[in-house]
Design a protein around this ligand. Structure first.
Ligand SMILES: Nc1ncnc2c1ncn2[C@@H]1O[C@H](COP(=O)(O)OP(=O)(O)OP(=O)(O)O)[C@@H](O)[C@H]1O
Ligand SMILES: O=C(O)C1=C[C@@H](O)[C@@H](O)[C@H](O)C1
Ligand SMILES: [Mg+2]
Length: 178
């Protein structure tokens, strides 16, 4: 299946929303190249994300994230999975909204926690109570994800292949043109 345009398809949402997993599936189904902003950052820096946080703190990480995002959203014909905090900076939100079709993958805190609790590669969740941290980040970010979203997809009850199958016709019907 292919789309009638080559605008980047860009996935946003919380840690554990499924951006990387669903993004890969969408790219395969659409015959597009898949890019993951976190992986792009790691490739640019030569170290994993927790190491960037350790050395430069969140502020340094966000600067690098913004630069990598600006480069990625300029690409055509791709599916891009962003990092969970890519919507925090106003300039990033502008870049997202004016570059492609933005899909917000939504899930509730319990689901996000279930999906992230075994993985230690998310420095913001290295807290005494990661579930409470997720809840607080979701409250802060929900309006930002909604602000940039062209499509909002609830993923909680659906396995990964079903989420991919749900999004494909929505992308075909999306009339956003840039
Ligand atoms: N719809 C779903 N149902 C069940 N499990 C899912 C679903 N979507 C993703 N997962 C699982 O949740 C975990 C986290 O998914 P993924 O890494 O894709 O999230 P992410 O949004 O990219 O997070 P981050 O912002 O931290 O990169 C993975 O183990 C993935 O297989
Ligand atoms: O939600 C966030 O702020 C983050 C999500 C991950 O994708 C990484 O970008 C990083 O761990 C920060
Ligand atoms: Mg990811």
């Amino acid at each position: 299946m292919s789309l009638p345009h080559d605008l980047p398809i860009i996935l946003v949402g919380m840690m554990g929303a499924g951006k990387t997993t669903i993004g890969r599936g969408l790219a395969r189904a659409l015959g597009r190249e898949f890019l993951d902003l976190d992986h792009e950052l790691e490739a640019r820096c030569g170290v994993r994300i927790p190491t960037i946080f350790e050395i430069e703190g969140e502020t340094g990480f966000r600067k690098r994230e913004s630069a990598a995002l600006a480069a990625c959203v300029a690409r055509r014909g791709i599916v891009l999975a962003t990092g969970g905090g890519a919507v925090l900076a106003e300039a990033n939100r502008q870049a997202l909204k004016t570059s492609g079709i933005i899909v917000y993958l939504r899930a509730n805190v319990d689901e996000l926690y279930r999906r992230t609790c075994r993985d230690r590669n998310r420095p913001l969740l290295a807290t005494p109570n990661p579930r409470a941290t997720l809840a607080s980040l979701l409250t802060q970010r929900e309006p930002l994800y909604q602000e940039v979203a062209d499509l909002i997809v609830e993923t909680g009850a659906m396995p990964v292949p079903t989420v991919v199958k749900t999004i494909l016709p929505l992308l075909q019907d999306c009339e956003k043109r840039l």
